[in-house]
Design a protein around this ligand. Structure first.
Ligand code: KG4
Ligand code: ZN
Length: 337
């Protein structure tokens, strides 16, 4: 059965490989990098070294686990960008070497388009057109998806990503990286109305999260002056209030995008789509407003090579191959329009 594609993802801190055969994803091998935990964020230099250490083992496992021989492969796909330059270079160079060795074509994939196309790995799949809220540590976008490889960004953050706001707020409270999942965990036990934060309103469908990051820092600093044990004593309430605020900002823009486009199919992608507050609010809004909501399996929400493989499958159908001179792009925008 054709085509058989090996896909490699190395844009940030996950080294991942996946094999897709005739449009069916066979596996999704991911090596996460624990090395960043103690630094409160991804350290680019350490990330590229860890990719270099992990990549052969991850690719070998993806091939063995799917009983795929190198000679079975029809193409090698890789994330071209956006992402950390040193991290991208490892995946791009590895893919090129393998492609030359096997004399098969290369397929470059846009990481953000791939997050959207993760929705086609398993049923139920959305129909076109649909809206996708892509929310991760590096990105916050509302994408209008016209077709598999035809999408436009209709709203995006003008500064920090929402995942970064979660992670930086967690760091301010002394929690380890990545703090998003921990805030989610403590928020389940707290009162979302305990504290209020101010919001920076951006024009159109754009977002801004740098204001809340700074406001949160000052809030914690001021409260700790009054009570040094403030964070420990009110952790659940602080997390619940912050999460409710951030989810509210995302939901408001989604509602606005629905009104503006008339599209009622909403998908979410990216690591923050694992957030239970966001999932619940989106499902509730969906039920109230008659929207269809699409949330991929968790392993396809965070960075993974299965989504790169899925995107590569669609590009293979168009014979959309790239040259051996293709270089990584740290800033690679979505957009065929
Ligand atoms: O998509 P992803 O794995 O990598 C990037 O491309 O950034 O997303 C990672 C981000 C981190 O900011 C992490 O804190 C956040 O997703 N995240 C969460 C949750 N799980 C992961 N944020 C809030 N709640 C969660 N449950
Ligand atoms: Zn990502």
């Amino acid at each position: 059965m054709r085509p058989v594609i090996l896909a490699i993802e190395s844009s940030c801190d996950e080294t991942s490989a996946s094999v897709i055969r005739n449009g069916k994803v066979l596996n999704n091998i991911i090596a996460s990098q624990a090395v960043h935990q103690k630094y409160g964020g991804v350290v680019p230099e350490l990330a590229s070294r860890a990719h270099q250490q992990n990549i052969v083992a991850v690719v070998t496992e993806a091939l063995q686990n799917s009983a795929t021989r190198l000679t079975d492969l029809d193409a090698i796909a890789f994330t071209r960008g956006p992402g950390l330059m040193g991290s991208l270079l490892v995946g791009v160079s590895f893919a090129k070497g393998l492609g030359i060795g096997l004399n098969i074509p290369l397929i470059e994939v846009n990481h953000l388009e791939a997050h959207v196309l993760a929705h086609f790995i398993d049923d139920p799949v959305p129909t076109f057109p649909f809206l996708c809220l892509t929310v991760s540590g590096g990105h916050t976008q509302i994408v209008l998806v016209h077709d598999y490889l035809d999408m436009e960004v209709i709203g995006q953050t003008q500064d920090d990503a929402v995942g970064e706001a979660f992670d930086k707020a967690a760091k301010t409270m002394g929690l380890p990286y990545p703090g998003g999942p921990l805030i989610d965990k403590y928020a389940k036990l707290g009162d979302p109305k305990a504290f209020r934060f101010s919001e920076t309103i951006m024009p159109g469908l754009d977002f801004s999260f740098s204001g809340i990051k700074t406001a949160f820092l000052y809030f914690i600093r001021d409260e700790k002056r009054k009570n040094p044990n403030f964070v420990e004593e009110r952790l659940n309430d602080i997390c619940a209030s912050l999460q409710s605020h951030l989810v509210g900002m995302l939901l408001a823009r989604v509602k606005q995008a629905v009104t503006q486009t008339g599209i009622r199919q909403i998908a979410i992608a990216g690591g923050v789509s694992a957030n239970s507050g966001l999932r619940t609010s989106l499902k509730e809004s969906g039920e109230r407003n008659g929207w269809s909501i699409f949330i991929p399996e968790f392993q396809y929400c965070t960075d993974n090579a299965a989504m790169i493989a899925m995107a590569a499958h669609f590009k293979f159908q168009r014979k959309d191959f790239c040259s051996l001179e293709t270089a990584p792009l740290a800033r690679m925008p979505i957009g065929t329009r």
